[in-house]
Each structure stands twice: as structure tokens, then as C-alpha cells.
Ligand binder design. Structure first.
Ligand SMILES: NC(=O)c1ccc[n+]([C@@H]2O[C@H](COP(=O)([O-])OP(=O)(O)OC[C@H]3O[C@@H](n4cnc5c(N)ncnc54)[C@H](OP(=O)(O)O)[C@@H]3O)[C@@H](O)[C@H]2O)c1
Length: 322
């Protein structure tokens, strides 16, 4: 089968380690099934893998890709939950299993014509969502769903600031938050992206680092170093930062004094459960919210999608059609 594989890791030149070509078909172990992939979405995770972050050489080559929508062996339309884990080991939450991994970390991923996954990781795809839209849900949108509805601790009507408006998780936060009745503010380094954020549903968008008209209840962080100080300064006393990523690196300084003096909370968030993925799919079906797709490319043009992500030249998700 055709697949996009991480063959080598290179921190400075991630695209140099990517291979496009034939790979053996998956052989599913007991309890696993083979899904025929119709669409697969790109995440920053795939770039991190090629840079060698969270990936060791002894696991290569490995097929890239966390997210997919496709057909199960009976022809049912399904969405694949990417977290490979034992829910019991995480006290009912598979993301808390200390041995959990995502597809493409220990097991071949979704940038292929076929992928093997545990049967319990399949969630029905609502007919109202296209395969391309459904493929966006398992990582970026599921992460945004958990950040908004489990971790933020605030109710609809609250004001939430999303840093780095153009990213996959950031656009998901704006879109889902707006659909749920939160007042979504956003920042971006790019004026064009700020305009698009407002069209997407943000109430207002500001240049990166700008002073806000008032302090917000929650900040949603995926950027890290480049925006951390601004995130801490933008919160009302007692507010909360929910963080799921640090694209620009770890935060330094950590702003500890301001965090304790204004009694802020910092809450980490990673992915979501299979049950949350099912609820997210239903949320989209019921509200009419649809993932924002920047571009759809054939899988054999995956290199172009990776290059756009590395350049930060995206607004929404890149989806590969398989
Ligand atoms: N914990 C989890 O479960 C989880 C799940 C998904 C993603 N993540 C992590 O979250 C991060 C975002 O993922 P993604 O897939 O949404 O990535 P992405 O689509 O590449 O998003 C990157 C966005 O971050 C902003 N950004 C990047 N570098 C910046 C800098 N130096 N200064 C200011 N802004 C910068 C940009 O916003 P502007 O250009 O608009 O300023 C850009 O649009 C990644 O680090 C990823 O690994 C974690």
C-alpha cells in the first residue's frame, strides 16, 4: 500500500526524513481491525516526529499520521480515536494510562491506504460530516473540545483568549467555543489571519502581544514561549491558562510571581477520551459546526502540506485524501 513514512529524524530539516512509497499492508493483532482510510489530517505532531521529538531511531521507519476517517471491515463509516491505551490503566481515562501512545508513535499511523487500530478505537462517523471533516476531529478538535468543555472551568458567556489564531487547535477552539456560546478572542502575528479569525467566529482579534480591552477568564495556549508572558498578563485575577502545546518552545521566564500573586491556575490538557470523540462528533452534527480545512491534498502530495505547516502558512487543517 502507499504510505507516508518517517524514515529518519532530523531536528533542523524535518522534510528530509520523510519517505513516500510502498509499505507492507497492516496485519491487525487480535482485537484490532484494518480501516480503509478515506481521509487523514495533518497535525504538528507529525512535524515533531520528523524532528525527533518524542520519537527514537529504534522505532523507525513508521507510518506518520494520527487522524483518520474511513471504512471499517464491514463498510461502516468510522472515525479513528488515535489514543492507543488501556482505559483501566488510566482509571477510566485512556489519556491517563502511563503507557499510552498515539498512532504513529509505536504503531503505524494513518497516512496510508490502510491502518490497523484496536476495534474499541472506532467511533461512528455522522453522515452529516464529510470524510475530510471527520478526519480533523481525533487530534486538534478533540484536544480543543477537552480544553473548552472539561478543563476551562468556565461556562458559556465567559471570555476566552486563543493565542496563535491560525493553528489547527486554535481554529478548532474558536469554532467550537463560538458554537457553544463563549466569547472568543484571538491573537495572531498576521493581520490576514486576524481577519479570518473574526470571520470564523472570534468576537475580536488582536496582534500578538497586544494589550486587551479587558482581562479574560481563560487563555488557551498552544504557542508556549512566544506568548506565555502575554497569556499570564491577560488573565483576570483567579483566571486560568489551559495549555496543550508549546510550538515555539518552553516558557522562560515562567512568570511565577504573577501566577501566585494573582492566584492563577495553569492546567495541562492532552487529547481526549474515545467517549469525548463520540460527543464531539455529535456536537458538530447538532450545532452545524464543521472543522475548518485550509486545503485538501492527495496523499502523494503530502510534502506540500508539511511544508506549509512548517512555514506557519496555514489557517485551519491540512487534510490528505487517500
Ligand atoms: N497535547 C495535545 O494533545 C496536543 C494536541 C494537538 C496539538 N498539540 C500541540 O499544540 C501545538 C499546536 O498544534 P497545531 O497542530 O494546532 O499546530 P499548527 O497548526 O502548526 O499551529 C501553530 C500556530 O501557532 C502559532 N505560532 C507558531 N509559532 C509561533 C511563534 N513563534 N510566535 C507566535 N505564534 C506562533 C501560529 O499562529 P499565528 O501565525 O496565527 O500567530 C500558528 O498558526 C503543537 O505544539 C502541538 O504539538 C498538542
Amino acid at each position: 500500500m502507499f504510505a507516508v513514512t518517517a524514515a529518519r529524524v532530523d531536528a533542523g530539516d524535518p522534510l528530509s526524513g520523510m519517505d513516500l512509497g510502498e509499505r507492507p499492508d497492516p496485519v491487525p493483532p487480535a482485537g484490532w481491525v484494518t480501516v480503509t482510510v478515506k481521509a487523514a489530517a495533518l497535525n504538528h505532531h507529525d512535524v515533531w516526529t520528523l524532528r525527533g521529538v518524542g520519537m527514537s531511531a529504534d522505532r523507525l521507519p513508521i507510518v506518520l499520521g494520527c487522524d483518520a476517517a474511513g471504512l471499517d471491515p464491514d463498510g461502516n463509516e468510522v472515525i479513528v480515536h488515535s489514543v492507543i491505551a488501556d482505559p483501566d490503566a488510566g482509571g477510566g481515562d485512556e489519556t491517563l494510562d502511563p503507557r499510552r501512545s498515539l498512532l504513529s508513535e509505536r504503531h503505524d499511523g494513518t497516512f496510508a491506504e490502510r491502518v490497523a487500530v484496536p476495534r474499541r478505537n472506532l467511533v461512528p462517523k455522522p453522515a452529516a460530516l464529510s470524510f475530510e471533516e471527520a478526519a480533523c476531529l481525533p487530534t486538534a478538535y478533540l484536544t480543543a473540545y477537552r480544553m473548552l468543555f472539561e478543563k476551562s472551568g468556565v461556562q458559556p458567556g465567559a471570555t476566552l483568549l486563543v493565542q496563535g489564531a491560525g493553528g489547527g487547535v486554535a481554529t478548532a477552539l474558536i469554532l467550537l467555543g463560538r458554537a457553544a456560546g463563549y466569547r472568543m478572542w484571538a491573537t495572531s502575528r498576521s493581520e490576514a489571519k486576524r481577519e479570518r479569525a473574526v470571520k470564523l467566529g472570534a468576537d475580536q482579534a488582536f496582534p500578538a502581544g497586544a494589550r486587551l480591552p479587558e482581562r479574560v477568564d481563560v487563555v488557551m495556549e498552544t504557542v508556549g514561549q512566544a506568548t506565555w508572558a502575554h497569556s499570564v498578563r491577560s488573565l483576570r485575577p483567579g483566571g486560568r491558562i489551559v495549555i496543550c502545546g508549546a510550538t515555539s518552545g518552553d516558557a522562560s521566564p515562567a512568570e511565577l510571581t504573577r501566577i501566585f500573586f494573582t492566584q492563577l491556575s495553569v492546567t495541562g490538557s492532552t487529547m481526549g477520551t474515545r467517549d469525548q470523540l463520540g460527543r464531539l462528533a455529535r456536537f458538530c452534527e447538532q450545532t452545524g459546526a464543521r472543522p475548518l480545512i485550509d486545503r485538501v491534498l492527495p496523499l502523494d502530495q503530502a510534502r506540500d502540506g508539511f511544508a506549509a505547516m512548517i512555514a506557519g502558512d496555514l489557517f485551519g487543517k491540512v487534510v490528505f485524501r487517500c
